[in-house]
Write a protein that binds this ligand. Structure first.
Ligand code: SAT
Ligand code: MN
Length: 582
C-alpha cells in the first residue's frame, strides 16, 4: 500500500532505503490489524496476557530495565539558530542532529517490519487538530498509538487532504542507553527517536509532537500547546466550567482530571467530566475566549498510587482492553502496583519472584495505556470539534514548603509570571534524582520546543482588548507540615479549591489581596468535613513574607538567566512582587 500523497510516499521510501526493513506495514487502525499485532507480540513475549476473567483483553509489557522513563539529557531540539531552542533545551544543529541520527538508523530495521502509522492529534474533524505519521519498528508502539491517538485510515485521509503532517521516525534499536537520542527538528516538523521503546520517548504523538513540535507550530499560528489536563466541573444548576491545569509529570494530573467530589458535593448534584489528562491545545475563539481540545484519545497514566480511593474512575477504566507497562502481577495474574490494595504481589515488574529487598514490585513510573472512552467520567465534549471554553488556568507543582494551597493572579501578565516561575520537586517520570526542587515553568521544562523567553512572550501576547481570557491560579496540593506529613487531604477534596476558583470566575467568592496574589480566607472555601490543624490553616492559607522575599529574588535570577530575550513585562511583574513584599 501507499498513500495518495507523494510527499508521504517519498518519505516512507527514503526511510525504508535507510533502515532496510524486511517488510512495510501501513496501519489502518482496524480491529483485525490490532488483533494480528497483539497475537504476534504474544507469540514473541512482547505482551503477556493478564487474567482474562478479571481483566479481559489486558496485557502486560515489561520494558528493558534501563528503559523505564523519559530521558531529558538525551532529548534535543535542533534549530538553525541556537537561541531559538533556548537555554531550556539541549541543542544541536539540524545538520549534526540528522547526521548523528541517520548513522544510528542505518540498516536498523533489517529483518524487522516497519510500521507506518498515520495519526490525528485531536478530534478527526476539528480545525484545532493536527496530524502526523510515525514510522516505527515497534509493534508495541503501534498498539499504544492506537489507544492514544486517532490512528489509521481516517487520519490518513485527512493527511492526504491537507498535504502536511509531522514526520516522526522511531526505532527501538538495541535499547542501549549509550545509543539513545530523541531529537526534534521543529523547522522541518520532524522527530527522530532511537534506542528507547518507552512512553514519551517512543509514542511520538505525545510529548514529541503534541508538545515540543506543537508548541513551535502554536507560536507561529497563534495558539498554545500545553502540558495541561482539561476537566469540566458541572454545578447543581447544570452549568459546566472547564479548567485547564498544568502540573509536572507524575504530580496527579490524571487524578485531578478524574476527580470524584466529596459525598456532600455529589449529593448536592456536582459532577466532574474528564476531557483530557495530560495535553491541552488552546486557541482564542471568535468570542475572545480560549477554546481547548485534548489532542489525545487515551491515557498513559502512572499506575502506582492509583486505587479505589485515589482514582476510582481510572481503576474502572482499567478493567479491560488496557496495556500495563512495568507493573507487578498477583499470583492469579492480575496487574498490581504499590498503593493499589493490600494484596501481596507474586512477580515484580522485571519478572522476578517478588522480594521486597529488590525494591518496589511495580516500577515507580509503571504506566497504563487505555482508551479515554472507557473512563466513567469521560466527557462527550472531548469529541467536539470546537473544543471547550476554558474558564480558569491552574498551575501547580510539588512544593513541600512556602507555597500556599491556592492563590489567584491579579491579571493575565501576573498569571504568566506565576506560570513562568513555577517550581516542583522532580519525580520518577524522568530518569535522574527524585525530589529535587527545580523551576518547571508551566510544567513545560521538558516539553517546550523553543526558547522559554520567547514562549513567555507568546503567552503574554494573548492579552488584548478583545480577549476574554481565563483567570489564572496557582495551587499546591503537596504542602507539608514541620512533621513532614501532607497538610491538605488532596484527591477528591481538591474539589473545594476548584469550587472557589469557579466562584472567583463568576465574581461570587471572597478573596484577600496579598503581595503574591489573591488568597481565599479559610472561610471562603467550603471546608465542611475537613479537619485542618492550626498549623495546616496557617501554612495553607498564609503568606510567609520572608520566605517569599527569597523566592522573589530567586525568580528574578531565574528570569535574568535568559538574558535579553526575556520580556520586560515579566521583569516588571517580578519587581512588582518584590516591592509588594517590602
Ligand atoms: O513518558 S511520558 O512523557 O509520555 C509521560 C510523562 O512523563 O508525562
Ligand atoms: Mn505528562
Amino acid at each position: 500500500m501507499t498513500s495518495r500523497l507523494p510527499a508521504l510516499n517519498d518519505w516512507v521510501d527514503q526511510v525504508a532505503a535507510l533502515t532496510r526493513p524486511a517488510a512495510i506495514h501501513w496501519c489502518d487502525g482496524s480491529d483485525e490489524e490490532n488483533q494480528a499485532l497483539v497475537a504476534r507480540m504474544q507469540a514473541d513475549g512482547t505482551l503477556l496476557p493478564l487474567n482474562a476473567d478479571t481483566h479481559p483483553n489486558c496485557w502486560l509489557h515489561r520494558s528493558h530495565p534501563e528503559d523505564v522513563a523519559r530521558v531529558e539529557h538525551l532529548t534535543f531540539v535542533c534549530t538553525e539558530d541556537r537561541d531559538d531552542a533556548g537555554p531550556n533545551n539541549h541543542w544541536m544543529s539540524p545538520a549534526d542532529g540528522h547526521a548523528q541520527m541517520d548513522e544510528l538508523f542505518e540498516g536498523c530495521m533489517e529483518g524487522r517490519t516497519m510500521y507506518v502509522i498515520p495519526y490525528c492529534m485531536g478530534p478527526i474533524d476539528s480545525p484545532l487538530s493536527r496530524c502526523g505519521v510515525e514510522i516505527t519498528d515497534s509493534p508495541y508502539v503501534v498498539a499504544n498509538m492506537r489507544l492514544m491517538t486517532r490512528m489509521g485510515a481516517l487520519a490518513l485521509a485527512r493527511i492526504e487532504r491537507e498535504g502536511s503532517f509531522v514526520k516522526g521516525l522511531h526505532s527501538t534499536g538495541e535499547l542501549d542507553p549509550k545509543r539513545r537520542f530523541i531529537m526534534h527538528f521543529p523547522e522541518e516538523l520532524t522527530i527522530k527517536s532511537y534506542g528507547s521503546g518507552y512512553g514519551g520517548n517512543a509514542l511520538l504523538g505525545k510529548k514529541c509532537h503534541a508538545l515540543r513540535i506543537a508548541s513551535w507550530q502554536a507560536r507561529e499560528e497563534g495558539w498554545l500547546a500545553e502540558h495541561m489536563l482539561i476537566v469540566g466541573i458541572e454545578n447543581p444548576q447544570g452549568q459546566t466550567h472547564y479548567i485547564a491545569a498544568a502540573f509536572p509529570s507524575a504530580c496527579g494530573k490524571t487524578n485531578l482530571a478524574m476527580l470524584i467530589p466529596p459525598d456532600a458535593y455529589r449529593e448536592a448534584g456536582w459532577k466532574v467530566w474528564t476531557v483530557g489528562d495530560d495535553i491541552c491545545w488552546m486557541r482564542p475563539g471568535p468570542d475572545g475566549r480560549l477554546w481547548a481540545i485534548n489532542p489525545e484519545a487515551g491515557f498513559f497514566g502512572v499506575a502506582p498510587g492509583t486505587s479505589e480511593q485515589s482514582n476510582p474512575n481510572a481503576l474502572a477504566s482499567l478493567q479491560s482492553n488496557a496495556i500495563f507497562t512495568n507493573v507487578a502481577v498477583t499470583d492469579d495474574n492480575q496487574p498490581w502496583w504499590e498503593g493499589l490494595d493490600k494484596r501481596t504481589p507474586a512477580i515484580d515488574w522485571q519478572g522476578r519472584a517478588f522480594d521486597p529487598a529488590n525494591g518496589p514490585a511495580a516500577h515507580p513510573n509503571a504506566r497504563f495505556t487505555v482508551s479515554a472512552r472507557q473512563t466513567p467520567s469521560w466527557s462527550e465534549k472531548a469529541e467536539d470539534p470546537q473544543g471547550v471554553p476554558i474558564s480558569a488556568i491552574v498551575f501547580g507543582g510539588r512544593r513541600a514548603s512556602l507555597v500556599p494551597l491556592v492563590f489567584e493572579a491579579r491579571d493575565w501578565a501576573h498569571g504568566v509570571l506565576i506560570g513562568a516561575s513555577m517550581g516542583s520537586e522532580t519525580t520518577a517520570a524522568a530518569t535522574g534524582a527524585v525530589g529535587v526542587m527545580r523551576r518547571d515553568p508551566m510544567a513545560m521544562k521538558p516539553f517546550c520546543g523553543y526558547n522559554f523567553a520567547d514562549y513567555f512572550g507568546h503567552w503574554l501576547s494573548f492579552d488584548g482588548d478583545e480577549a476574554k481570557l481565563p483567570k489564572i491560579f496557582h495551587v499546591n496540593w503537596f504542602r507539608k507540615g514541620d512533621g513532614g506529613d501532607f497538610l491538605w487531604p488532596g484527591f477528591g477534596d481538591n474539589m473545594r479549591v476548584l469550587e472557589w476558583m469557579i466562584g472567583r470566575v463568576k465574581g461570587e467568592a471572597e478573596g484577600v489581596d496579598t503581595p503574591i496574589g489573591i488568597l481565599p480566607t479559610p472561610e471562603a472555601l467550603n471546608l465542611d468535613g475537613v479537619d485542618l490543624t492550626g498549623e495546616a490553616r496557617e501554612k495553607l492559607f498564609g503568606v510567609d513574607t520572608d520566605g517569599w522575599k527569597a523566592e522573589a529574588a530567586s525568580i528574578g535570577e531565574y528570569l535574568s538567566s535568559y538574558g535579553e530575550a526575556m520580556p520586560d513585562a515579566l521583569h516588571a511583574q517580578q519587581r512588582r512582587l518584590a516591592e509588594a513584599l517590602g
